[in-house]
Design a binder for this molecule. Structure first.
Ligand SMILES: [Zn+2]
Ligand SMILES: [Zn+2]
Length: 341
């Protein structure tokens, strides 16, 4: 099979590999749709000790397809089933898994391999994070299950409810999915982004009120003006920049919640106004990754069309063009590229 194989930072090779065999308890899926992700760009540039512990490995982690082989003892799926799989499987046994916080699992098993024609999924993933799809849900939409589940965790951690104003800072694909998720909960959503092709595209999609951060010297003041001086009830950072985390804390309203969704570079810190944190009872909370329950919730929203992310796919390419697709992502010239083997 043809596949894009990651050999180390900057080293992605288009290779011919044998079609993988299923392990006992595992399955093999023929990939019908894969999506590029901002994480891919970062991982290609500098590697990732947690997501990619061993190289070489087939790259990419957002995909959906059809089961072609079922290993002995694999329950719940049959050949021919259409499925989506998450990119990780929690252990189910550690303290966090037992509390239902599977995203914090102490032994999260990551699985890569979206940019190939087939992928073998290990038994633990099959047991926890492979979901069968209804006939009406196309693979290209189902492949959004993983990033959407991350966004759903963000709005859950923000306790987003109908009628709230939610400001999402960052207009990349996850900022957009956060906006869609908050809007699905009937919140008013303000999406803050930098000027350029991508912000125009997001504006055209009409998924939120858009604010061009370059047009204001005082984002905090502008967000307050847009909310009758109160500030948004929830502010979500989807940029992973410490200075934006600080802006998020500064702009959230009294009693509000800030969700640190974008991961910052290691070793960075932020300053917090202690008076506001205390007297205004701010909630500052992180949101990382997803859980099996949220993967299922994401598939449910996609299947019922309560949330339709199709507009975020700005390009469609074949497997051989993954590097070009990631280049577009890196330059902010694409939101999501659909890769069809
Ligand atoms: Zn992703
Ligand atoms: Zn665990």
């Amino acid at each position: 099979m043809r596949a894009q194989v990651f050999h180390g930072p900057g080293d992605l090779r288009f290779e011919d590999l044998p079609i993988p065999e299923p392990e006992a308890g595992g399955i093999v899926v023929r990939i019908e749709a894969a999506l590029t992700c901002g994480t891919d760009v970062k991982v290609l540039r500098r590697g990732h000790p947690v997501m990619i512990p061993h190289v070489p490995t087939v790259f990419g982690h957002e995909f959906a397809g059809t089961v072609t082989r079922v290993g002995s003892g694999a329950a719940g799926v049959r050949e021919g089933d259409r499925v989506v799989a998450a990119n990780s499987a929690p252990c189910g046994q550690c303290r966090f898994c037992r509390e239902g916080r599977h995203n914090l699992c102490e032994d999260l098993l990551f699985v890569n391999g979206a940019y190939g024609e087939f992928v073998a999924l290990p038994p633990r993933l099959c047991a926890t994070n492979v979901v069968r799809l209804g006939a009406s849900l196309p693979a290209r939409r189902a492949a959004f299950a993983e990033p959407l589940a991350c966004a759903l965790l963000g709005v859950e951690r923000g306790r987003v409810e109908a009628g709230m104003t939610v400001a999402v800072i960052g207009h990349g694909p996850l900022g957009c999915l956060l906006a869609l998720s908050a809007a699905q909960r009937k919140a008013r959503v303000v999406l803050v982004g930098k000027p350029g092709w991508r912000l125009e595209r997001v504006r055209e999609l009409g998924l939120a009120e858009c604010v061009d951060s370059s047009l204001t010297h005082d984002l905090v003041g502008q967000l307050r003006d847009m909310t009758s001086g109160r500030g948004p009830e929830v502010v979500i950072d989807a940029t992973g920049r410490p200075e934006v985390w600080e802006q998020a804390v500064a702009s959230v309203g009294r009693g509000g919640t800030v969700v640190f969704f974008g991961g910052c570079a290691p070793g960075t810190t932020i300053a917090v106004d202690t008076r506001r944190a205390h007297y205004e009872e701010l909630t500052l909370v992180g949101a990382f990754h997803h859980t099996p329950a949220l993967i299922r919730q994401a598939v449910g929203l996609l299947e019922s069309e309560s949330l339709v992310p199709d507009g975020l796919v700005t390009h469609t390419m074949g497997l051989e063009r993954v590097r070009e697709a990631l280049g577009l992502m890196e330059r902010g010239e694409a939101l999501k590229v659909l890769i069809e083997p």
